[in-house]
Write a protein that binds this ligand. Structure first.
Ligand SMILES: [Cu+2]
Length: 97
């Protein structure tokens, strides 16, 4: 299913929400590809705070408390490596197409 060629307003009309769990010091899934207009929700399932911070500064959740979440709507295509600023070994990549 799906229409790989969908772009622009059509893609927005089909916007989806993706969840990235933050648990056990990892982003799960560590790599995610979405379309422009899609929403990504990072849900912190750990017992301490994390961030989802693009190394390019394109997005930055700032501190996400335990059991809290942060959402972001991807507007610009690109590949965005990100990390947790509190635990820089925690890394993920968001690809927006
Ligand atoms: Cu962290």
């Amino acid at each position: 299913m799906g229409f790989a060629m969908a772009t622009g307003a059509i893609a927005d009309a089909r916007a989806e929400t993706y969840v990235i769990a933050i648990e056990q010091m990892r982003f799960n899934p560590p790599a995610l590809t979405v379309n422009r207009g899609d929403q990504i929700v990072w849900v912190n399932k750990d017992l301490f705070a994390h961030t989802a911070s693009a190394t390019s500064k394109a997005f930055d959740s700032s501190s996400i408390a335990p059991n809290a979440s942060w959402h972001y709507v991807a507007r610009k295509a690109g590949s965005y490596p990100y990390l947790c600023t509190f635990h820089p070994a925690m890394r993920g990549t968001l690809v927006v197409r």
